[in-house]
Design a protein around this ligand. Sequence first.
Ligand code: SF4
Length: 137
Amino acid sequence: MSESVRDWREYYREMESSAPLVIYYPLCGGGEECITACPYGEKIWEVKPMKVSLFGVKEKVRLRPVMANPELCRNCQLCVEACPTGALRPGDTPVRHPVLTLVYNTLRLPFKGKYNLKFVFRKEHVERFRKNNGLEV
Ligand code: SF4
């Protein structure tokens, strides 16, 4: 594991201080649904390596979305709605109970309008999930 790779908590704290949103990275699957949904996706977001677990299991280096240019964010929260796990949220309502948040958001996924299971399992998101979690594409 590269020593230069930062821990997810550092990115979390940066978002807390500079953006209207935060990502609780242990709940982020890395499918980049947030970047797809954002009207300014490529201008605001980047994916960066960080040390983090996937849904609380086995911490290792994974690629995850970070807000490279938070000043461009309009706080429309389309990305929040598109996040399938509840990891991405407004900064004033951070994740308090990770397991409950994951279960709640997983159960509501089939009933979400535009950002339902079909959206999450789009080919591009499946490929990004695999790539960002170090799995074969
Ligand atoms: S709140 Fe809106 S503008 Fe800001 S990152 Fe999310 S989708 Fe993009």
